[in-house]
Every structure is written in structure tokens, then in C-alpha cells.
Design a protein around this ligand. Structure first.
Ligand code: ACO
Length: 374
């Protein structure tokens, strides 16, 4: 019997702070009209001082576990796709693993820019199909506000923060992930790049003085790449599943710019109701955008059981990726509320225990280090 990877849980975390176009006009030479007309963005979300990629990932992951009715110890693997990890190392995925108390999970970060979440989904689906893992958490999360140059009107109007998570689980039933596609063209790497802080330009007074710690983008060229790539990747991934655009119920594209989404829909011949767009309210939160859009599609009742979905992304690298997926989880989620309350209480206790466990392990490691010194 073949093993399929089914999407069984989903969750998102959106920071509360809203940054409007009007506020941006106080910071750079721009206007609400220009931003709306050229990008479709009205406002974006910005993480508060205490929030990081890990903290937002943890919130989204907890919600995904709740939908899936899974305990953290049932996760085999955690993948966090991000271009803005808490640290270069340790991986943000390890911070998430520790906070969840996912004691049986391996964890790693995945760097593929805005495409990272779909890359992660595809890696997870193929590991599940190969029998290597049973239950995998995939998070897309970003704190782009920390690497945006707030004096650069070409980029600061676009980017934002947030996190989305899904859980894939092995199951012999039909449906789930049907086909996957990943692509890369490193010759376009400099079109969208964070030059400083790596081995090419290690952090120094010079890199800070030259602003190399800020994201740099050649927007027009990225735009052209996106408009070409998204429809191509969508058609290809459907073809791999033996399907075509005519079979598609819903396209969930990376939310970068409404004009890119519209051009992709036009090229594919899709009506507006067959394509998800929320860029107006969130801007571009990179690897987080597709799982957040997926969560909203579920909440808005835009996904029905057995629907055919394509998730398609593009981004830094340059990279692109797509997943064709047959929705297999019954919707809407209905559950008697007393049982839900008990389960939620149990899960809260597990997270408290995870925090305590982490503290005890740190303490024991400290004690051991004292012993080594002697
Ligand atoms: N307000 C007012 N004017 C502006 C602004 C602004 N915020 N930004 C640029 N302009 C000006 C430019 O200076 C230029 O003026 P000029 O003609 O006098 O030189 C003019 O507007 C046109 O500039 P373009 O860059 O050609 O504008 P364009 O229509 O391409 O829109 C944008 C720029 C919105 C950045 C667009 O190119 C875009 O969305 N590109 C894709 C970006 C993207 O999706 N990036 C994410 C990739 S995924 C990831 O991995 C992060």
C-alpha cells in the first residue's frame, strides 16, 4: 500500500501591530495611492519588540497541533522555513522543538526565501511517502521588519512579519499531497539578497556602515521572474499529478504583490474565486505567506473536502516550488466543546512541562560543566 502525506493540522500567528501606508508616508517618500496601485497592499503586520521568528512559529505550531489533535511528542520532524531565523545557529526549528516539548522530533531550518514553506512541505511529503517519517510539522515564519531598511521605499512598503504552520501525517488513504516540484536558478541570487552577516561579508563596523545587514532587492526583475514562474510551476506540478488547471479548485500563491497574483491568475485562466489573496492586509511575509493564506482559506470556508489545491511560491535564490494537494480533512471542524476544553487544558499542561523540562536540562548541563572544570 502506498503511503500518502495528508495535511491534518494548520495554524497561524499574526502580530498585532498594524503599519499602514499612511504611516509609511511619514518615513519615506511614498503615498498610499502608489503603494495600493503598484502592490495592492493597504497595511502590514510588524512584530513587537519581544516577538521573534521562533516565538511566532511556536504560536502557529501550537494551533496546528490543536487542529490535528496531536501531542508534541508525536512529531517526528520539525522544519522551519525562514530567511530571518532567531540566530544563524542554533536553528529556529530547535527552539520550536524545545518550546513545544517535541521530544521525539529532529529539527532543522530551511533557507529558500519566500519559497521556503513550499520547499519544506515538499521535503516533508516525500520523506513521509518514503516511509522515513510519519508526522512532520512545517512552519513558515519571518520577522522581515528586522532586516528591512526603513529608508528604502522600494522594499520597506512590501515586507511584514508572521508565521504559519501545517502538519503532514502518513496515511494509506487516497488524497493528501499528490505531486511536488522544486526549482532554483542561482544566477539570479543577487536580485534579492541579504549581503552582510555571512562568510562573504562577516558582520563588522564596515558592513553596518554600508547597510549590508539590510535586505536588497531589484524589484522589477523579481517581478518579471515571478510572473513567468508561478503559472509555469502550477501547470507543471498539476501535470506531474496527471491533472490540469481545469481540475483545480483553489490556487494559494505566495502573497508578494497583487499584480503578480492577478497576472498569474490571468495566465492560468483562473477566476478570482479560485485564487487566494490577502496581501492587502498583510503585505509580503515571505515564507509565512502561503500557510497563513491556507489557514484563512479554511476559516473562510473556501476549502471543501476533496478539493484540489496548488500551493505555489517564488523567492530569493532564485527559487520556486509548488505542491498539488487533494484536501482530505473533513471541514468544518466540529467537536463537542467539553472534550475540546479538556484536551486544550492537557495541551497547556504539556507546554508548561516542556518549559520546565527545558529549564531542568539547562540546569543539569550547567551542573555537569562545573564538574568538568574541576
Ligand atoms: N513610492 C513611490 N514611488 C516609488 C516607490 C514607492 N514606495 N518605490 C519605487 N518608486 C518609484 C521608483 O523610484 C521609480 O521611479 P522612477 O521611474 O522615477 O525611477 C518608479 O516608482 C517605478 O519603480 P519600479 O521599481 O519600476 O516599480 P514597480 O512597478 O516595479 O514596483 C515593486 C516596485 C512593487 C517593488 C515591484 O517591482 C514588485 O513587487 N516586485 C516584486 C517584489 C517581490 O515580490 N519581492 C519578493 C520576492 S519573494 C522573497 O523571497 C522575499
Amino acid at each position: 500500500m502506498t503511503t500518502n502525506a495528508h495535511l491534518v493540522g494548520w495554524g497561524r500567528y499574526i502580530p498585532e501591530r498594524i503599519l499602514t501606508n499612511d504611516e509609511l508616508t511619514q518615513m519615506v517618500d511614498t503615498s498610499d495611492e502608489w503603494i495600493r496601485a503598484r502592490t495592492g497592499i493597504a497595511e502590514r503586520r510588524i512584530a513587537s519588540d519581544g516577538e521573534t521568528t521562533a516565538s511566532m512559529s511556536i504560536q502557529a505550531a501550537r494551533r496546528a497541533l490543536e487542529v490535528a489533535r496531536l501531542e508534541p511528542s508525536q512529531l517526528d520532524l520539525i522544519i522551519v522555513a525562514t530567511a530571518t531565523p532567531d540566530y544563524l545557529f542554533p536553528a529556529t526549528a530547535c527552539l520550536v522543538q524545545d518550546a513545544l516539548g517535541a521530544t521525539h522530533a529532529g529539527a532543522f531550518d530551511l533557507a529558500a526565501g519566500c519559497t521556503g514553506f513550499v520547499y519544506g512541505l515538499n521535503v516533508a511529503a516525500n520523506l513521509i511517502s518514503a516511509g522515513a517519517h510519519e508526522t512532520v510539522l512545517i512552519v513558515g515564519a519571518e520577522t522581515l521588519s528586522r532586516i528591512v531598511d526603513w529608508h528604502d521605499r522600494g522594499t520597506c512598503i512590501l515586507f511584514s512579519d508572521g508565521a504559519g504552520a501545517v502538519i503532514l501525517q502518513a496515511n494509506g488513504a487516497d488524497g493528501g499531497v499528490l505531486s511536488t516540484l522544486v526549482g532554483s536558478d542561482g544566477s539570479g541570487g543577487e536580485l534579492l539578497c541579504l549581503p552582510g552577516g555571512g562568510s562573504r561579508h562577516p558582520a563588522s563596523h564596515r558592513t553596518v556602515a554600508e547597510g549590508l545587514h539590510y535586505l536588497r532587492m531589484r524589484g522589477r526583475e523579481v517581478f518579471r521572474f515571478a510572473v513567468r514562474t508561478m503559472p509555469d510551476a502550477t501547470r507543471q506540478v498539476l501535470k506531474r499529478a496527471g491533472l490540469s488547471v481545469a481540475d483545480l479548485n483553489l490556487l494559494i500563491p505566495h502573497q508578494a504583490n497583487q499584480r503578480i497574483t492577478d497576472a498569474s491568475a490571468k495566465s492560468l485562466g483562473l477566476p478570482p474565486e479560485a485564487i487566494i489573496s490577502n496581501v492587502e492586509w498583510y503585505g509580503n511575509n515571505s515564507a509565512a505567506s502561503i500557510p497563513i493564506a491556507l489557514c484563512e482559506a479554511v476559516e473562510e470556508g473556501r476549502i471543501q473536502q476533496d478539493d484540489l489545491l496548488v500551493l505555489v511560491g517564488f523567492g530569493a535564490g532564485l527559487t520556486w516550488a509548488a505542491t498539488a494537494l487533494r484536501w482530505s480533512k473533513p471541514l468544518p471542524l466540529v467537536e463537542p466543546s467539553p472534550r475540546k476544553k479538556i484536551w486544550t487544558f492537557g495541551q497547556k499542561l504539556r507546554y508548561r512541562y516542556a518549559a520546565l523540562r527545558s529549564l531542568v536540562r539547562r540546569f543539569l548541563r550547567w551542573l555537569l560543566s562545573l564538574g568538568v572544570k574541576e
